[in-house]
Design a protein around this ligand. Structure first.
Ligand SMILES: C[S@@+](CC[C@H](N)C(=O)[O-])C[C@H]1O[C@@H](n2cnc3c(N)ncnc32)[C@H](O)[C@@H]1O
Length: 245
């Protein structure tokens, strides 16, 4: 009697294809990492600035989240459905001492609240981007930058399309901006303001300048302007923020 014949699922090829089939059955996209050089260029094109909030949808081994936090000073969140990748990337973040700036959330990105994002990164598939589009359009604030590696968001007009050559193939990066603007409306009341930055912001609130315009004029991020506006709303000097989509 020879060796018992192996169960078909013990054969390497069956396992390999089984993994691929399982990936597509349970997850929307398999894990394929973005090369570091492409990650850096995605973050540069999105002009990620310190203190901004970034979400990587389907964060894999956490490389985008880690670079955004470590090199760009962002508060970076990864959404990853696979438990093994979630655990692996969380351990890496801990080893690098980045827990204060980087975090992986083990969930389905269709269920995650990403409304606080300044930047969203994705390396998915055109078909998945298509399914994500209504969520992105509904949840993200005007001006939010969306960067997609290799796969377009059909129907959106990119601000930039760039090709990056890396070792054996070229990669496309699509940068989009959620259209529309947010305009703070002055209440017409006046009061002395101690903090110089808040005073500068208030001086630019005229019912025409958008949050993004004010951020450009003061060479800072829309997030910083929003923080100052919160104080101005509390002080009764700004009535509210009008969103124009
Ligand atoms: C192509 S990889 C990209 C990984 C990483 N963003 C990068 O660029 O290196 C896609 C990742 O999305 C994850 N994924 C697929 N469907 C998902 C879903 N519905 N929710 C969260 N993560 C998902 C996969 O497990 C995989 O790690």
């Amino acid at each position: 009697m020879g060796e018992p014949s192996p169960w078909p699922w013990d054969l390497p090829l069956v396992n390999l294809y089984g993994d691929i089939v399982l990936t597509y059955m349970y997850y929307d996209v398999p894990f394929v990492p973005t090369p570091e050089v492409v990650v850096r260029r995605m973050l540069q094109l999105a002009r990620v600035r310190p203190g901004e909030v970034l979400y990587d949808l389907g964060s894999g081994d956490g490389r985008i989240v880690i670079m955004a936090a470590k090199e760009f000073g962002a508060y970076a969140y990864g959404i990853e459905i696979r438990k093994d990748l979630y655990e692996q990337s969380t351990a890496k973040i801990r080893d690098l001492g980045l827990e204060g700036r980087a975090r992986i959330i083990n969930t389905n990105f269709f269920d995650a609240d990403i409304s606080d994002a300044d930047v969203v990164t994705m390396y998915l598939l055109t078909s998945v981007n298509e399914r994500l589009k209504p969520k992105l359009e509904k949840e993200l604030r005007p001006g939010t930058r969306v960067v997609s590696h290799d796969f377009e968001v059909s129907g959106w007009r990119p601000v930039v399309v760039e090709e990056v050559y890396e070792e054996w193939r070229s990669h496309k990066i699509y940068l989009y901006k959620i259209p529309g603007k947010e305009v703070p409306i002055p209440s017409g009341k006046t009061a002395p303001l101690e903090d110089p930055f808040t005073r500068q912001v208030m001086a630019l609130v005229d019912g025409n300048n958008s949050i993004e315009d004010i951020a450009v004029k003061l060479n800072t991020t829309p997030r910083e302007i929003r923080n100052a506006l919160r104080k101005l709303i509390d002080a009764g000097l700004v009535e509210g923020i009008k969103t124009i989509r």
